[in-house]
Ligand binder design. Structure first.
Ligand code: KIV
Ligand code: ZN
Length: 398
């Protein structure tokens, strides 16, 4: 794989599933895994084999049905977790064990109650054990962004020496900022030359507690990360993970800046988001980038006028690029004459300038009282003689 290729590691089925309302049955995970395969993700983290029988079964089922992406299982730095992950992955064409162990003093002291040295030893032993079972091992120093930097570098070095093939540095609690996270990747690469010399992949894994998950992931890519961990619709622990669709679209739309390639089929982004929305209990909020219902909707008169003149005025990508439904002009109290005329024409009503002025006056009065203006509301505003002259309606923004 060329050094400008960024691999997408999708963790919708693991970290994504760890959020309220998102748990999935094996069958649902399989449906989602097929959608992720069609989307072109490179690695699917199918679950955490030791977490439950259901997770184990889902991983095993997915390894037998999905052939293109590599399949990963999460494991703590414990012998039984790693062995269980290997068993769940035994039928995979290409398997990965993803071992994680905290590296911040906070986690070592309060959660794991072990010393720094004990954690280094555990990291080395568990990566070595995982490497004896599969040839692809990812190691994550959990809470990397709140870890003492020298100690983090030490833990990464130990994992590299023990045979890790990917080093993921998670912003577990969504604490870092783009500048700081990017600097961390630069520093780790500089201080451990073996990473570049041995072709070890650095990976980002960001949570969205400060709304910076995607920005942080992009900063990591700018500083050498060649794997990005993310989820569809940004679902995940607490405020969620970095949203796959946003990272993929940003890398494409701002290809001038990032200059990297991915295997993501952008025109499958919307449908993949839909598949997830049907499986879990909620859909992305309407103002969610790329896949939200309003991502390609325009209400303000000035914007609508610009859109009708040239969509580039107010859209940085076409909805077709990401497989979303066509752009639409929403009629509301901020809409102008141009959008009202356009919608009336789409509905099959041609009006003169004077007629439009009168209808517009009534339309704004209605829009002041009503949140949504439907086509039937508009038709109700038309004088009888205009309604009688209706022609064939046309589709939106045609
Ligand atoms: O957020 C996190 O630290 C994780 C690890 C298990 C990679 O999800
Ligand atoms: Zn996470």
């Amino acid at each position: 794989m060329s050094s400008d290729h960024v691999a997408f590691f999708d963790t919708t089925l693991r970290d994504g599933e760890q959020s309220p309302g998102c748990s999935m049955t094996t069958q649902e995970k399989l449906t989602m895994a097929h959608a992720l395969e069609d989307l072109g993700v490179d690695i699917v983290e199918a679950g955490f084999a030791m977490a439950s029988e259901g997770d184990f079964a889902a991983i095993a089922t997915i390894t037998q049905a999905i052939r293109k992406p590599r399949i990963a299982s999460l494991a703590r730095a414990k012998t039984e977790d790693i062995q269980m992950a290997a068993r769940a992955l035994q039928f995979a064409d290409r398997a990965r064990i993803h071992v994680f162990l905290a590296s911040s003093d906070l986690h070592l002291e309060y959660k794991l109650k072990i010393s720094r040295q004990q954690a280094l030893d555990l990291a080395a032993e568990s990566v070595r054990l995982a490497r004896s079972l599969v040839d692809d091992v990812e190691f994550s120093p959990e809470d990397a962004t709140r870890s003492d930097r020298d100690y983090l570098v030490e833990m990464v070095r130990v994992a590299v020496e023990a045979g890790a093939t990917t080093i993921n540095m998670p912003d577990t609690v969504g604490y870092t900022t783009p500048e700081e996270y990017g600097q961390m990747f630069r520093e780790v690469r500089e201080r451990i030359p073996a990473i570049d010399e041995q072709g070890i992949v650095l990976s980002s894994h960001c949570h969205d507690d400060l709304g910076l998950a995607v920005a942080n992931s992009l900063a990591a890519i700018e500083n050498g990360a060649r794997q990005v961990e993310c989820t569809i619709n940004g679902i995940g622990e607490r405020a969620g993970n970095a949203a796959l669709e946003e990272i993929a679209a940003a890398l494409y739309v701002r290809g001038d800046r990032y200059g990297v390639t991915t295997a993501i089929k952008l025109d499958q982004l919307y449908s993949t988001s839909e598949v997830l929305g049907q499986i879990i209990t909620f859909r992305p909020s309407p103002n969610k980038a790329i896949v939200g219902a309003n991502a390609f909707a325009h209400e303000a008169g000035i914007h609508q006028h610009g859109m009708l003149a040239n969509p580039l005025c107010y859209e940085i990508m076409t909805p077709a690029l990401v497989g979303a439904p066509k752009s639409h002009l929403v009629l509301g109290k901020h809409s102008g004459h141009a959008a009202l005329r356009h919608r009336l024409e789409q509905l099959g009503f041609a009006v003169t300038r004077e007629e439009l002025t009168q209808i517009y006056y009534r339309f704004v009065a209605l829009a002041d009282r009503k949140k949504n203006i439907y086509d039937q509301d508009l038709i109700g505003l038309l004088p009888e003689q205009i309604r009688e002259k209706r022609c064939e309606p046309v589709s939106e923004l045609d």
